[in-house]
Design a protein around this ligand. Structure first.
Ligand SMILES: [Zn+2]
Length: 65
């Protein structure tokens, strides 16, 4: 369990993937909150339940149409 980066509600990790990056593999998690927001983000960002102040918003949303 973690919290939604958008609304701060309780969110659950529904899936995990390891993505390759230039710095090596990074574990990402798909997170869905009780308000049905869905995020796909590095699990490192989930360690803290506070939303990140700035920076990597690129991976904040799934690239679905
Ligand atoms: Zn939410």
């Amino acid at each position: 369990m973690t919290s939604c980066p958008e609304c701060g509600a309780i969110a659950e990790i529904v899936d995990r993937h390891v993505l390759q990056s230039t710095d090596g593999p990074i574990e990402h998690a798909r997170v869905r909150c009780v308000d049905r927001h869905s995020f796909f983000m590095p699990t490192a960002g989930l360690e803290r339940t506070q939303p990140a102040v700035a920076g990597d918003r690129r991976a904040g949303r799934p690239a679905t149409r």
